[in-house]
Design a protein around this ligand. Structure first.
Ligand SMILES: Nc1ncnc2c1ncn2[C@@H]1O[C@H](COP(=O)(O)OP(=O)(O)OP(=O)(O)O)[C@@H](O)[C@H]1O
Ligand SMILES: [Mg+2]
Length: 235
C-alpha cells in the first residue's frame, strides 16, 4: 500500500460512555488526517468531545471502534513497550490541568521523563546533556529564574510554560495541547501563543483544542466538533 504523508490519522473513531442506564455517544465516526508540520486547531462547544478525541489521539484512551494510525501504523497493534514509547517520546501532552509534581522542582519535573526512560545507567551517562537541554528550554520559555521553584510556587502562566517545557523535552513528533491558554490572562496567554507559533514555524506538528479565536487564526486549519462529528454541515 502506498505510504501517505500523514503523521497521525483517525479512521471512523467512535466513543461512548455508559452512564447508568443511558449511553452517551460522544464521538460518532471521526475521520481526521494530520500532516507533518500542520497546526490544527480543534474547536467545539463544551462537552462536544474535544478532550476525548485528544486522549484517543495520544493513546491515553481507546476508541470503541475505529483506528488511530501513527505514521500509517495502527497504534492498537503496538506492543506494551511500543505504546509507552509512543506516549512518552512521539507525543508531547500539554493538558488543561498541568499534572506537575509539587514534590519536584520545575527542572526536575522537566527531566522526569528522560530520566525514567534512560534508566539508572543511561542517566549516569547522559544526564548532563539532558540537564543542559532542559535549562535551555526553560530559558526559551522565560523560566530560567524559576528552575528551582516548585510548581505550587509558580503563577498559572509559569506552570503552563513548565508543562510545555516538560512536553518538549523529548522532542515529540506531535504536540497535543488541550486549551493551553484556557485559564490564563490575555498577556500570559499571548506569551504561550507565541511559544506555539515559534514551534509551528520551526516545523512542529501541533493539535490544539482552543476556544480562543486569536489562536485559531494562527492555525493552518480549524476543525469543529459537533454532534460527534467533525465539521458537520451547518443546519
Ligand atoms: N470518563 C467519562 N465517563 C462518562 N462520561 C464522560 C467521561 N469523559 C467524558 N465524558 C462525557 O463526554 C462528553 C465529552 O467530554 P469531553 O471532556 O471530551 O468534552 P470537551 O469537548 O473536552 O469539553 P470542554 O470544552 O468542557 O473541556 C461530556 O459530555 C462528558 O460529560
Ligand atoms: Mg475538554
Amino acid at each position: 500500500m502506498k505510504q501517505n504523508n500523514y503523521i497521525l490519522t483517525c479512521e471512523q473513531i467512535y466513543k461512548s460512555y455508559q452512564m447508568g442506564a443511558t449511553r452517551l455517544e460522544v464521538l460518532k465516526g471521526i475521520d481526521l488526517n494530520i500532516a507533518k508540520g500542520e497546526f490544527v486547531a480543534v474547536k467545539g462547544a463544551s462537552g462536544s468531545g474535544k478532550s476525548t478525541l485528544m486522549h484517543i489521539l495520544g493513546a491515553l484512551d481507546k476508541p470503541d471502534k475505529g483506528k488511530v494510525l501513527f505514521e500509517g501504523k495502527n497504534i492498537a497493534a503496538f506492543s506494551g513497550r511500543k505504546i509507552n514509547e509512543f506516549r512518552n517520546k512521539k507525543i508531547g501532552f500539554v493538558f488543561q490541568f498541568y499534572h506537575l509534581l509539587d514534590e519536584l522542582t520545575v527542572l526536575q519535573n522537566v527531566l522526569l521523563a528522560p530520566m525514567v526512560q534512560m534508566g539508572a545507567i543511561g542517566w549516569l551517562l547522559h544526564s548532563a546533556k539532558a540537564k543542559k537541554t532542559a535549562a535551555q528550554l526553560l530559558g526559551e520559555l522565560g523560566l530560567a529564574e524559576r528552575a528551582e521553584h516548585r510548581p505550587y510556587q509558580l503563577s498559572g502562566g509559569e506552570r503552563q510554560r513548565a508543562a510545555i517545557a516538560r512536553a518538549l523535552i523529548n522532542e515529540p513528533d506531535v504536540i497535543l495541547a488541550d486549551e493551553p491558554t484556557g485559564n490564563l490572562d490575555s498577556k500570559t496567554g499571548n506569551d504561550i501563543l507565541r511559544v506555539f507559533e515559534k514551534l509551528h514555524n520551526a516545523g512542529q506538528t501541533i493539535v490544539m483544542v482552543t476556544h480562543d479565536d486569536r489562536i485559531a487564526e494562527k492555525a493552518s486549519r480549524i476543525i469543529r466538533l459537533a454532534d460527534g462529528k467533525i465539521n458537520p454541515p451547518v443546519a
